[in-house]
Ligand binder design. Structure first.
Ligand code: NAP
Length: 276
């Protein structure tokens, strides 16, 4: 049995679908099973990181995501997994290497240490920027053809959640991935301005970027109910650092692990037209 945490989210939902397609028994953890909308073959269980132990009976491997900006719960969560399972695949972050002093880098780094010291077999995934972050523009795109934001020139190696999930599924179900840290990127570096244009191509509309100052963007995000206030400054600090630093280095890890090249942002946009 494989336990998937974050099973209703960007990556976890894909992990669930790909495991089910490959015929593996899957248990999905969610805080609200009535809204999970997962395949019938999946055993959907109510839980969160604080109550994870009650979801772990008979589980051999865990896909672990970390929806927090601290590692406070790490000892309890890793300890619970250790008491039941043999293997964990952790959706960590490239920030552990690239921005180790940021709160994302620090919390994921501390969690990784706990996992490493636990005695579990482990694989760490270090994804670059998710293509799915473009969902943050969804309301603006539904309302018109202009996407407003700051740091439009930040270069990012946008990564499709299907590719992250495909690597996770290999690590969960095949040998040879224990002790690996996989730096995953998409196939191209794109600025936010370019992403908006590509999204417009997929939607058949001439979308364009309008640059805001950091302060204007900060106010806009704080007023956006769908965006967590606690993440606003972390995001903007991260973008400022990315703008100052070298562009992200691309890797071939998705293809090396899955046998299939990483999907482009244009493919992601095509896959998600109906979501916009
Ligand atoms: N976005 C990026 O560019 C990026 C880049 C590198 C790494 N990452 C890392 O990727 C992870 C996020 O992955 P994702 O986008 O797949 O996740 P997600 O879609 O944001 O969330 C996954 C699921 O976690 C559950 N969840 C959310 N907040 C929670 C909370 N406070 N307590 C308990 N459960 C909660 C929700 O499920 P239920 O409501 O069903 O319980 C949600 O569907 C983070 O650790 C992030 O640091 C992100």
């Amino acid at each position: 049995m494989i336990l998937v945490t974050g099973a209703t989210g960007n990556v976890g939902r894909q992990v669930v679908h790909q495991l089910v397609e490959a015929g593996h028994p899957v248990r999905a953890m969610t805080r609200d099973p009535s809204r999970a909308a997962l395949p019938e073959a999946v055993e959907v269980v109510k839980g969160d990181h604080e109550t994870i132990e009650q979801c772990l009976d008979g589980v051999e491997s865990v896909f672990l995501i970390w929806p927090f900006h601290t590692a406070d719960l790490a000892p309890a969560v890793v300890g619970a997994i250790r008491r039941h399972a043999r293997r964990v695949v952790l959706l960590s972050s490239g920030a552990v290497r690239d921005q180790p002093d940021s709160s994302v880098g620090l919390s994921h780094g501390e969690l990784e240490q706990r996992v490493e010291q636990s005695g579990l077999a482990w694989t760490m995934l270090w994804p670059s920027t998710f293509a799915a972050n473009a969902f943050w523009w969804r309301d603006q795109i539904r309302a018109g053809d202009v996407v407003r934001g700051a740091f439009g020139a930040v270069p990012m190696a946008m990564l499709h959640e299907r590719d992250i999930a495909a690597v996770a599924v290999r690590a969960l179900t095949t040998d040879g991935h224990d002790g690996a840290r996989y730096a995953l990127t998409g196939p191209q570096v794109l600025t936010q301005v370019e992403q908006v244009r590509i999204l417009g191509d997929a939607l058949g509309r001439p979308l364009r970027w309008q640059e805001l100052s950091r302060e204007e963007e900060r106010r806009r995000l704080l007023a956006d109910d769908s965006f967590p206030d606690s993440f606003v400054d972390l995001l903007l600090d991260g973008y400022a650092k990315m703008l100052d630093g070298p562009p992200p280095a691309l890797t071939n890890t998705v293809e090396e692990v899955t046998g299939r090249p990483a999907r482009s942002f244009a493919e992601w946009a095509k896959d998600h037209v109906s979501d916009f």
